[in-house]
Design a protein around this ligand. Structure first.
Ligand SMILES: [Zn+2]
Length: 295
């Protein structure tokens, strides 16, 4: 009997150690390749505040570029962003730009998201529009001046969605109206981070095909140290023309956070039921961590 009890005792002890490791987060239980489920270990990003900003935008209803509701939202974003101002875009549109100064006045990075929604009847773009914009505004509001090297220019793009056209070169010509203006104005940025589909419930963010591999690796490292690495699987998805593309074309290292495996893309089900505060917080923690590494 004695040897059996000894074996049992060792097993119980090993089980207890394993349980402690899992509970403490030292052994992550979600594996790469599956949508993330973790809760952030560090708290550099105010998820509840970002979630309120997402719901605030959805409450405006559909917000196609140039519509009265979208213009009212633009004014709201200008008031919310530090040193908020408009940047004119052809067609009577306007980007909304906020700035948080860094320690080195010669260098800057751009963080972007689009605040217009696709012109589909009843479409409120909770993930495609509101999520990235909410994350952008919250990152801008909580980043303290002169805590990192470069200045961060936060740009809410107007006119990302193309009226009518769907994708490909046609989309590049007719859509991305605000980011094409901003990429010319900020072509000397040392990096560009685009926040697009960052709030969907089953969030998984592999590297978008054209996203700069080095900058993406830094984002993944920041995600791991924030405890949200499971949301960023070591994989590459399709290349997607998006608001980062005009920046990449003028030579700025650019990355795009977009969960292209999103079943409600340009469908009316892209409403509050398609997004979650936990996803918005997880991707926000990763980007907040990345910004802190910019020396
Ligand atoms: Zn869209």
């Amino acid at each position: 009997m004695r040897p059996l009890f000894a074996v049992l005792g060792v097993q119980v002890a090993l089980g207890a150690i394993f349980a402690v490791l899992v509970i403490s987060g030292a052994l992550p239980m979600s594996s790469d390749g599956k949508p993330g489920t973790g809760i952030a270990r560090v708290d550099r990003f105010d998820g509840p505040a970002a979630w309120r900003l997402l719901k605030m935008q959805v409450a405006y209803g559909p917000r196609p570029a140039g519509s009265p509701r979208e213009r009212r939202l633009g004014a709201r974003l200008r008031a919310l962003l530090p040193h908020g101002r408009y940047e004119p875009v052809p067609g009577g549109l306007r980007n909304v730009v906020g700035t948080v100064p860094g320690r080195d006045p010669r260098r800057y990075v751009v963080v972007g998201a689009h605040y217009d929604t696709k012109a589909i009847r009843g479409f409120v773009g909770a993930n495609d529009g509101a999520g990235g914009t909410a994350q952008l505004v919250q990152l801008a509001r909580q980043l303290r001046p002169r805590t990192i090297g470069p200045t961060v220019v936060f740009i809410a793009f107007d006119g990302e969605e193309s009226p009518g056209a769907s994708d490909g070169d046609d989309f590049y010509v007719k859509g991305l109206r605000g980011s094409k203006v901003a990429a010319r104005a900020y072509r000397h940025a040392q990096a560009m981070v685009l926040l697009d589909f960052v709030a969907d419930r089953r969030l998984s963010l592999p590297r978008e095909g054209s996203s700069d591999p080095t900058l993406w690796a830094r984002l993944r490292a920041a995600a791991r140290s924030a405890g949200v690495g499971s949301y960023f699987p070591d994989a590459t998805e399709d290349t997607i023309f998006d608001d980062h593309t005009p920046f990449a074309r003028v030579g700025v290292p650019a990355i795009n956070l977009i969960d292209w495996d999103f079943p409600c893309w340009h469908k009316r089900c892209d409403n509050l039921s398609a997004v979650s505060e936990r996803s918005l917080d997880a991707s926000g923690e990763a980007v907040a961590g990345l910004l802190r590494t910019l020396k």
